[in-house]
Design a protein around this ligand. Sequence first.
Ligand code: TXA
Ligand code: MG
Length: 315
Amino acid sequence: MPVLPATDETIARAAQALAAGRLVAFPTETVYGLGAAPGRRTAVAKIFAAKDRPQFNPLIVHVPDLETAESLAEFGTEARALAAAFWPGPLTIVALKRPEGGIADLVTAGLGTVALRVPAHPVARALLTGALPIAAPSANRSGRISPTEAGHVAAELGDIPDVILDGGPCARGLESTVVSVVGEHPILLRLGAVPRSEIEAVLGHPIDLAAQDAPIASPGQLERHYAPQTPVRLNATTIEPGEALLAFGPNVPDGADTTINLSPAGDLNEAAARLFAALRSLDESGARAIAVMPIPDDGLGEAINDRLRRAAKAR
Ligand code: TXA
Ligand code: MG
């Protein structure tokens, strides 16, 4: 198995693998990514093949700092303010691509824009110092639950990555929030680890969520996503026979064969960090269905509920 604890040595080896056109899985503070050098078309094509990802769905380019981001895309005042407030961290900014940046068209699905993010995880940062930009989607098969542990990546992708750098469980557990600064006003393309209210506080005005059926605005927002094999039932207050329970908060109904509580204390940060691992584990529990207790829709709850709704879409 290609899972290796992240050390100076294995990070250097991973950087070499990227430079040689191979794929590397690495931890970020949100979820694990499956990376390739963004200038190498063949390497990038391997990501789409490995994930079975439609080629109209562009990848995020991870960069070490704002300066590198600005060499790849055009940043205005609001983009710079967002970068200053949230980078390094779980915010992705979609901006107009500079053609001279050397990003393969496949990375951006032929769009004139590019999604950029400066991750905060020390392993991702060390890898970026060695390898410069890295194009990376989440390291799961398309439509499946994003990996928040190295073992999840191995379960999803086996030995497709040359190396899976193990940096432990991801502290945030939800993917980055994606904001486009391409139009007249910034717009949210994906809810994520930075709550909407924090973005609004930096911008000084409200920000809308793009219509989820606008194909160009958010090509990755496929309705059925983050999907376990087991059916998911939302807003459950009682348990039906054969159900496993994804609980939240102190008052948990009885009767489930298996229960995982995302946060007995009702803390949304803790719930976000544990969400994907919990869904994976309940999916493997053999239950007939997964009942999910109601989760408040404020702060990070908005993104948690977004992922749960997608997980629950009937197939
Ligand atoms: O937290 C994260 O963002 C993780 C880690 C690995 O960084 N990455 C991640 O990548 O979640 P992925 O590929 O699973 O999701 C990227 C999202 C998709 O919804 C995609 O459609 C959108 O970003 N995206 C990428 N480039 C875009 C562009 N040029 N215009 C609009 N949306 C874009
Ligand atoms: Mg993904």
